[in-house]
Design a protein around this ligand. Sequence first.
Ligand SMILES: [Zn+2]
Ligand SMILES: [Zn+2]
Length: 124
Amino acid sequence: MGRQNRATKQKEAIKFELDKIDSFFNAEELFERVKQKEKSIGMATIYRFLREAKEKGELFTYLCNRKTIYSKGKKSHCHFECEKSGKIIHFTIDNIDFLKDKIPGTITSFQLEVKGICKDCCKK
Ligand SMILES: [Zn+2]
Ligand SMILES: [Zn+2]
């Protein structure tokens, strides 16, 4: 198989796995999924694919717990971190009208980090 063919096949494999993900994911998670079927895949190929997809506007990136995470459709990354257990819970804010008055422009994506004590830890 030629070099070009292999690259195309790897790209197809990444796209196939990407189609099945509908929450946030990181590069390692995507790599592990693709590797199940496409053993020759390398981490560098995954990173290149993600970078290109981001440039095309097909993926959004956010910072979650100091790690880059990706999302296909989510224009926001909102997470709640428990200060006691370190547990992270993601949630979605659909209505961002409350922000509109404060932002001098159009909002394309946003990130929100909330800290507190989770229900489980409150019980203890
Ligand atoms: Zn997060
Ligand atoms: Zn907790």
